[in-house]
Every structure is written in C-alpha cells, then in structure tokens.
Design a protein around this ligand. Sequence first.
Ligand code: PMP
Length: 275
Amino acid sequence: MENIHAVYNGRFNFLNDIKISPLSRAYTFSDSVYEVIPFCNSNIIAFDKHITRLKNSCDSLSFKADVKKISSEILDLINKSNHANGYVYYQVSRGIDPIRSHMFDDSISLETFGYVVEHNFISKSLTVMICEDMRWQRCDIKSTSLLGNVLSMNNARNNGCDEVIMHKNNLITEGGASNVFFANDDCVFTPSLSNNILPGITRELLIEEIKQAGIKIEEGQFDVDDLLRAKSIWLTSSTKGLAQVKEISGKKTNLVNDHQLFKACEEIFVKNFLS
Ligand code: PMP
C-alpha cells in the first residue's frame, strides 16, 4: 500500500508511522468528533461548510479547537498528497487521560489526527435495508461514536445490502452514512434537520441547487410508507455524492430507474461540484 500522508498533533508523518496512546479518549470513550472533506479535480468541495460543522461539533463537546490551525493542516495534507480526487479524514479528540476516567480533567490538551486518501466519486446504484434507528439523541454532532450506524450497516451487508435507511418510530431519519432524498413525479422530499440527523454538507448543497433550479423540494417528516411509494430514492454524502437506490430489501417499491428528478439533481450536482 502506498504511503498515506497524515498528521498527528500538528506533526506530519506517514499514517503507518503514527503512534497513539491507548488512553486517548478517542479510543476509550469515542470522546471525539470528525470531518470528511472531499476534493475533486483539485477543488475542495464546500471547505468552509466542513470547517464550520467541525467547529460546531467541537463546540457541542466544549473542545476549544484551533480551527485556523486545523484548516491549514487539512490544506497541507491535500497538497502533500498530489491526488486530484480524494478526501481528508480529520478527527479531534478531547485528549489523553492520565488514567481512564469518565469525568475528564480540563487540563488535558486536545488530540488531533488527519490523513488524506485518493477516492473516486463515481457512485453505483445501491440496495438498501430499512431498519430502526437505534442511535442516541445528538446525531447532529459528527461524533466518532458510531456504533448504532456500524451495527446496522454490517447487518445490512450480511443481508446483501450496501446501506441502510433508518427510521425512528416509523419516521425516516437518514442513511447509515448518508442523508436520504426521495421523489415522486413533481417534488423532491428529504427529512428536515429536526429529525435528529446529521446536517449533511452534500444535503445542504443539493437543497440550495435544487431550489435555484426551480425544482420543488419539501423538507419535513416522512414515514416509511412515503418512502415505499416514491418513484426515486437517493442517498447523499461527501464520498458518495448522489447514489441512487435501486432496491429496498424485502419490500415492494415503485422505483423507476434513472427517474427524471434524480437525473436532474445528479446533473446539477455533478456540474457544480464534481467537474
Ligand atoms: N449522515 C450520516 C450519519 C453520515 O455519516 C454522513 C456522512 N458523513 C452523512 C449523513 C452525509 O454527510 P455529508 O454530506 O456531510 O458527507
């Protein structure tokens, strides 16, 4: 495997050469937040929005992060990599405890870690599984505490699926690592942020573009039956872009391959961000 450029506590190194303490609170408590910042044809997609979300995640956990320093490290990683297409993973943890303890000592310093990898943004059509959303109540924070997502997504994979679409009390929330959009013949729908979901950057960019293009879009509360009645469903994320859902495991659907509203949204997104 090629050497992956990385940075740990401000020091650049190759990923394989970084050593971390097992008493890092990222390791013992998932007391950490992260971002995934994509770049395509050497353009960083919505850099400021990613940095703002990272700052919000840090603020929610009272991490006093140096956002300017973090931004410059992310840019340096991209430059060092020489990749045209890829993403940076960047994580901030509360730091390293002298000994494991739920209650943290305010004097420990934040621990930061990032790396850059090549990635291609061509999405394939997905088979998804619908499942109950078993996560905590603060999914707006981009925390590394992702066990709910991890268990659901691996259960989906063991059943031949690529992703999950979750619902809480029958109301659609989001994908395991993506936001959900669906459409009938004249309107696009997506769960509003008040449904305890991550404020996805791709979701936000797409909503702005859809409105600009004069396509009807509604953010709100939608149930599983609304989703099953849809003509088109797609998932969005920084690494997937827009990925069409071709099948929902075990369910009868009305999905139309390459529905006109999906194609229109995909075209807008690719034109504005991926070309
Ligand atoms: N929801 C969840 C749970 C995610 O993990 C992700 C991907 N990080 C998203 C939504 C999509 O967010 P973004 O478009 O910012 O990548």
